[in-house]
Design a protein around this ligand. Structure first.
Ligand SMILES: Cc1cc2nc3c(=O)[nH]c(=O)nc-3n(C[C@H](O)[C@H](O)[C@H](O)COP(=O)(O)OP(=O)(O)OC[C@H]3O[C@@H](n4cnc5c(N)ncnc54)[C@H](O)[C@@H]3O)c2cc1C
Length: 292
């Protein structure tokens, strides 16, 4: 089913989880367990990332197949086009089409940070170029990425929204956002979208706090602001207490999600990092309050 159809019929905000393909046998074992635990929460859909340059090509397809066919989930397959030539793009998208993928999130991707990778000479520069390439050829329900605090390379917020509008004009039917720790960034982003004439559903990404190191690293990569309130809350915890940090992160995310739901979002998209404890805590908490 197309994600946009799910939103049309859903009485409550949707629940969805992002997963990525495992990179080792041990991680694959853990992922198997994570999938079972997250499946028990009966999400409305799940999504699977795609390594830029095609690095997880086979793993992403296999994971999508497992989630769809073995677990019965509706899936958004992500597609990061960085470095891929037209034939590679066709090969990946044809393979998704064959296994019945109906929803695709089209992102540019970033150059791999390790190893030598030479982009195909005919690879496309921006996600909008990918949209223009893909839309006329495939019938996927297409989505694109949005950035409440602006993308790290964007010259300014206004230009970033201009490029987002271009992606929507080229056929994006929904937007999934990068996470932020202060909802005001998200609500201001919604206002900018509205002012620019972007009228498709905007699904907020939510990143639970898994560890301080991961929080710092990811935030510096994607430009998410770690607010003073969040830093203070973490500083007040007993040092090195992982359980306390996880619980604090769950409570922080519940508060954030509660406000997002009150603000009328179509759903909550949790960046699971292939872990289940925080997602379970957050979704159980919100369901306990009758919000989901
Ligand atoms: C929900 C979500 C899912 C993601 N999934 C993946 C994934 O599976 N795999 C992965 O590798 N990465 C993923 N990413 C990360 C993403 O690939 C990076 O953030 C990447 O740097 C930008 O991708 P984009 O599609 O937003 O790029 P674009 O929309 O192309 O934007 C990239 C930058 O270029 C600017 N820009 C856009 N169009 C133009 C133009 N025409 N002229 C000049 N400048 C322009 C934008 O302002 C922005 O600064 C995801 C991000 C999000 C939010």
């Amino acid at each position: 089913m197309k994600i946009t159809e799910i939103w049309k019929t859903s009485q409550k905000p949707t629940v969805s989880f992002e997963l990525f393909p495992a990179r080792s046998d041990k991680a694959a074992e853990r992922l198997e367990q994570t999938i079972d635990e997250l499946s028990a929460l009966k999400p409305d859909f799940v999504s699977v990332t795609f390594g830029a340059g095609g690095s997880t090509r086979e793993g992403s397809r296999q994971l999508i197949e497992k989630l769809k066919d073995e677990k019965g989930h509706e899936v958004i397959g992500y597609f990061a086009g960085y470095g891929l030539g037209p034939e590679d793009i066709h090969a990946v998208l044809d393979s998704y089409h064959v296994i019945g993928v109906e929803n695709l999130l089209v992102v540019r991707g970033d150059p791999p940070r390790e190893g030598d990778f030479t982009p195909h000479p005919d690879s496309l520069t921006y996600a909008s170029d990918l949209m223009a390439f893909i839309r006329p050829k495939y019938d996927f329900c297409l989505g694109v990425a949005g950035y409440p605090e602006g993308h790290v390379d964007a010259p300014n917020l206004a230009k970033d929204i201009e490029y987002l509008k271009l992606k929507v004009d080229l056929g994006a039917e929904y937007i999934i956002t990068n996470y932020c720790y202060d909802n005001q960034f998200f609500f201001d982003f919604l206002e900018r979208c509205k002012a620019a004439g972007i009228n498709v559903p905007v699904l907020p990404g939510v990143m639970p706090i898994y560890s301080v190191k991961m929080m710092e690293t990811l935030a510096s990569l994607c430009g998410a602001t770690i607010t003073d309130e969040l830093r203070q809350g973490i500083n007040d915890l007993p040092e090195g207490d992982k359980e306390a940090l996880l619980s604090f992160g769950i409570e922080f995310a519940i508060r954030q999600c509660r406000e997002l739901i009150e603000g009328g979002v179509p759903g909550l998209h949790i960046y699971t990092m292939d872990r289940s404890t925080s997602s379970i805590g957050i979704i159980d908490g919100l369901r306990g309050e009758g919000l989901l």
